[in-house]
Structures are given as C-alpha cells and as structure tokens.
Design a protein around this ligand. Sequence first.
Ligand code: SF4
Length: 625
Amino acid sequence: MKGRPVADTADPAAPDGADGDPSGPVLAIRNLTIGYGTGAPSVRGVDLSVRSGEIVGLIGESGSGKSSVALGCLGLLPKAAEVTADELTICGTDVLAADERTLTRMRGDSVAMVFQDAMGALDPSMRIGNQIAEVVTRHRGVKRAEARAVVRELLDKVGVPEPDRRARQYPHQLSGGLRQRAAVALALAGDPALLLADEPTTALDVTVQAGILELFRTVRDEFGVGIVLISHDIGVIAQTADRVAVMLDGEIVEHGGVEEVLLEPKTEYTRMLLRSVPHLDRPRDEPESRPVAGKPLYVVDDVSRTYRSRGRLIHAVQGVSLDVREGEVLGVVGESGSGKSTLAKMLVHLERPDSGRLTMSEPGHRAGGSGGGRAGRLRRRVQMVFQHPAGSLNPRLRVGTSVREPLAASDTGAKAAAERVREVLREVGLPEDSAARLPDEFSGGQKQRIAIARAIVGDPRVVVLDEPTSALDVSVQAQVLDLLSKIQRAENLTYVFISHDLAVVRAISDRVAVMYAGRLVELADAASLFEAPAHWYTRELLAAMPSPDPRDRPERPERRPRAGQAESGQAESGQGEEAAAPAGCAFASRCPAAEDNCRTVRPEPVELEPGRVVACHHPAGMEGR
Ligand code: SF4
C-alpha cells in the first residue's frame, strides 16, 4: 500500500480474502484511490475487507474520506471522480468493471446503504409498507401478495412496534428513531449481504441511538449481514464494531480488532482522537484558582412557553424554575423536544415566556424588555453562542465588523471598540489579522471561536451556549471546550451550557439540569448527578451513552433500552414536547419504576437533599435517605 504506513494490530480475525473462509469477504477493497482532476486524491491506497456477520467500524474526522469510500463501493461517486483499485468487489462482483445495469441490481441484491437522514432514503409520498414491498418483489422474486408477510416480518425484526399499522403510515408520521428502523428494514428488503451505514445515528437522541445500535448488532447476528459502520463517534464504534479502521486525510492509518485499536492504539493520530473524547466519568478539570459558584445571578421562576401549531398546543417549557449562579457552568441536558432550546431562547430574550419570570440580579431586569436604553443594556448582559456559527455570522461582513456588532448599541468609542475586538480575537486564539478576513476563510472550529469572541466582546455576565460543539470534530471539540473553560475563568463568566451530549456536559459543568417533555426533572451538582442519578430519565440517558471503552459493551441487557422503547415513548412526530401535558408523569410510559400514582399525579420538583431537586414519586437510590 502506498502513502502512510498503516499500524495493523495483530488481529487473527481480520479477513484477507484468503483466510480459509470459503465464501470469501462480502466486501474486498485493495489499494482504492479516489481523485478529482489534478488535485491530491481524496482517498489513497485504502485496503478494507468485510466478512459476513461482522461489523467493521470506519472512524475519522470530517474530510478524512470515510463517506467517499462507501459511495465508491456503491459506484455512486460523482462522474468527475477517478476511481482506481487493485480490487473492489462486493460478493465477488467487480464494482469498477460493472455496467450500470449490474450496479443497479447489485444495490439492493448484494449491498444496501443506511444514511444519517432516513427521510432521504424513504419516499415521503409512499406508505412505508409499499416502499419495502416494492424492493422485496424486485430483489427477492416474491409475488406482491406474499411480499406483505415479508414486510411485516422485516418491520417486526427491526423493532418497529405494531408493524401492520406502521406499514400503512407515511415516513413523516413516524418518529426519528422509528423512521431509521424503517430505513433499515428497507435496506434489508433485498436481502443484502453487505450494509453500508454512514453516520446512521448522528441525527438521533442518545436513547434512540442505543436502540438503533442494538438493531445493527441484531442485523449482524441474526441476518449474518456484513456491516461497514461509518461514524465520527468513537463511542458508537466501541460499542458496536468488531474491527476498526481509522482514516486520516484519505488514508487508513490504523486497523485491527476494536479492543486493540481503541485500547492500545499504535498511531499518534488514534491516540489524539481517543484523548479528545469526553468521558462520562471524567469531571471538569478544577484548577485551584477557580472561583466557587456564587449566589443566584439569573433566576428562572415558574417559566412556561406554549406554541400553537396546526391546531395543536405544544407545551415547549412548562413551569421550569431554576437559578443560574454567578461564576458557574450550568449544564442543561435532554433529548430533542425536551424544551432545552426553548429555555435557552427565553434566557437570551429571543422568546418571551407566556408566564413566569426571568430575573437577573441587577435592578430592573425583566425578560422581554424593549430594545434600547437600560433594558437593551441589560439584554446585552446575556449573550448566546449557537451550534452552527455560520448562521450567526454574516458571510459578507468581515470578521472584525461581525465581532464588533454587539458594541454598536453601547457607548464604546470606535478606537476602544477596535482594541476590544483585537483583544477578544487574541483571547479566542485567532490571529489579529482575522478581523480583516471573511468568515468563509475559516474552518468550522475557527468560526465557532469567532462566534465566542462576538458573544464575549460586550462583556456579558451570562453566556448561553446551545450545542456549541455538536457540529465539530472530536479533536476540535476538545479545543473549543478547553477555550470556553479558560475564558470563563479569565472573565469570571457564567455559562448555561446546553447539549444532548452528557459526556461533553460532564467535561465542563459544575451543576446540571435535566429536562424532559418541557419540564425540569432533576437538578444537582455534576458529581452527584453523574455518579448517582435520582430521576429515572437521567438514569436512562446515562445508560444509553455509548462508552468509548469497548470493554463496556452491552453484554448486560439492563444497559440497553428495549428495541423501540425510547422511540415509541415519544410522540409520533418525534417531538416529546408536542405531547399534550399528561395528568401524571410524562416519563411513565418509559419508566421501569412507574407505579399507579405516576400515571395520575404529576410529580413536582422537590429538593430531596441540599442542592438536589428531583421531580419523581419514586426516585432511584433515595430509599432510607
Ligand atoms: S414519577 Fe414515576 S414514572 Fe415518573 S420517573 Fe418517577 S417513578 Fe418513573
């Protein structure tokens, strides 16, 4: 193989096409190179082999070439791509020599793909059952009447509850998790030997993700399908793959058994990747000098926000009360529809609460004040950093102008403003000449640094960060988290840090609030919450987080949410917040500890012990306290 040397950990199970397996690998790639025109190839000298009934993980950061390899296998790269290989076969078919008809038959018969966005794979105008039946009849030679039974069996096998009813539904009527299960059923409809799954769980909540990863293990074990699982998430790979290949700049730099690669990495790049991964059991780094969280600075008192959509009431946030303390990082976690982003918008006055109050410990501050004067100044005391920095930066404005914007309404003079912009750009680790450049000249991580500079330039007291690292590669994420911690200490800032990723929240937070279906269900200091969660939803969230340590693989069934459990517990639209407020606990249908009173009496948040608030009739681990 050309290019970088590959660290190949001793792995007797690694198939090479001549290992005594009479059927040979379902996917065999030798020296695959993909290039475009005169530039350097985007994929170079890749060797990869997958056997029936095994999952091979492909990890690497964005731009490493993982997805190009998958698309190259399917013959789906753009026409301009120049693809060469000493061998590229799927179930013995030479992909590079095949004509379009052979490739079309191969896609579905021998190989199928599952994408991040299940909606892209499913036809929105066709019932789920009909879509799957069409593939079954085409690829299995089954008559239409018999196909219905196959569809039912497939939906049942991939964990779609009530398969007959779901088969009659359209894709938009399913939640995100059920939609991804339906997409897997569609991929399996042609009875393929190989499945290429490209970031199949990236768009899903962690509890739903756990069910889909379980499904991939089932597909491997029960259907004997060989799977290439592409993911940027090392936890996903650690908990699912049998072997792993690590890609960097278009090349595989290391491959071997999952335990060898992730526990004893041979290359510095893999070691760096693993070092960057946040861990649930790795708390915030606490230097001696860090100020202890102080008195309440921003008080959220019984705040609610309801929307009306297509005649339905959406209870986005319901009666949430909490205090944000001076100098702390308050993490807020919950799945999509939990209300955490609506809460964030109210904190920065992008949304007004219907009822309740948000009060900053500064006379006269009330949420939703007018734009100018004192109220405007107080508003600037709370700033926000979004998940996608590109959305908050005008692509036509120079970085310096964008960063200076929040100062425009203040009485800062032009000279002082320019000096402050230079200062914050230095603080976020960007060169001074960044001010004169346009946002497009920066990488994703650098753009997020610009967004942070813009948020802190006006000297706010509170910064609300809404999934600020979710769109970043793991190594860049680690750098941005480190930067945020340093800035918080240097400027004595208070953060509200919102994320679906509990390990990221653990890495930065002092206290953590957990939201479910628009309500606060648990609030505690980070150590107590992560080490002894009291609310059953918090426990489910923590159990569902895929550990980056392959020794934590889910041999024990209690670590795994049952197939379809988390998905079917949500409203079919996938928005937990859209469920009408039930009389009892909103989590009751998913809770392993639910009793009769949980279904009739709503649990209110109660301070069970100093600093720990839990909304649960039967909190875990609290017996005898
Ligand atoms: S109130 Fe009942 S259903 Fe809700 S989390 Fe507690 S035990 Fe479970």
